[in-house]
Ligand binder design. Structure first.
Ligand code: GDP
Ligand code: MG
Length: 177
């Protein structure tokens, strides 16, 4: 798909983590293929998708890993985190619990990943604004305290999805280049 014969300067592995049903797979589908599915099924089997883009005149292949229905605490294996240079911690803005679980996902991530990993907190489903259960201020505070990037997205409306991935990939590029 367009990658043939293309010179790749960098490959960046980025992992998606967070509770089940927060929209990880749809964020990835939106970013990688510009697709969205309202009846998205739980992901089965380890899966990643790639998208090649240009940052600072270099060709960067992003390899985005999606959890395979291992969203229960401690079920994600260390192989999933291995080699990751970026991570998106995703919660559902309409489900307080998914935000409250961010601290332990972060702890798990930091226990497994490289210490220079770039992490972004992502509040997804911002299209459901009227039933928002997580004030942006709470999330921003948590992100600042933990030194994370922060963005609110909608995979459904394609809002901030590209921008969230580009921010994390550009920051990774800045670190490794
Ligand atoms: P995952 O378990 O974290 O991978 O979550 P999925 O990507 O499978 O999404 C779970 C459900 O939330 C599906 O029904 C999606 O269609 C829905 N969903 C995902 N992203 C959004 C979004 O941005 N807005 C809305 N309204 N629904 C979403
Ligand atoms: Mg999924």
């Amino acid at each position: 798909r367009g990658d043939f014969n293309q010179k790749i300067d960098y490959v960046f592995k980025v992992v998606l983590i967070g509770d089940s049903a927060v929209g990880k797979s749809q964020l990835l589908a939106r970013f990688a293929r510009n697709e969205f599915n309202l009846e998205s099924k739980a992901t089965i089997g380890v899966e990643f998708q790639t998208k090649t883009l240009v940052i600072d005149h270099k060709s960067v292949k992003s390899q985005i890993w999606d959890t395979a229905g291992q969203e229960r605490y401690r079920a994600v294996t260390s192989a999933y985190y291995r080699g990751a240079v970026g991570a998106m911690l995703v919660y559902d803005m309409t489900k307080r619990q998914s935000f409250d679980h961010m601290a332990r996902w972060l702890e798990e991530l930091r226990g497994h990943a490289d210490k220079n990993i770039v992490i972004m907190l992502v509040g997804n489903k911002c299209d459901l604004g009227t039933i928002c259960a997580v004030p942006s201020e709470d999330a921003r505070e948590f992100a600042e305290r933990e030194n994370l990037y922060f963005m609110e997205t909608s995979a459904l409306e394609s809002k901030n999805v590209e921008s969230a991935f580009m921010t994390i990939l550009t920051e990774i590029y800045r670190i490794v280049s």
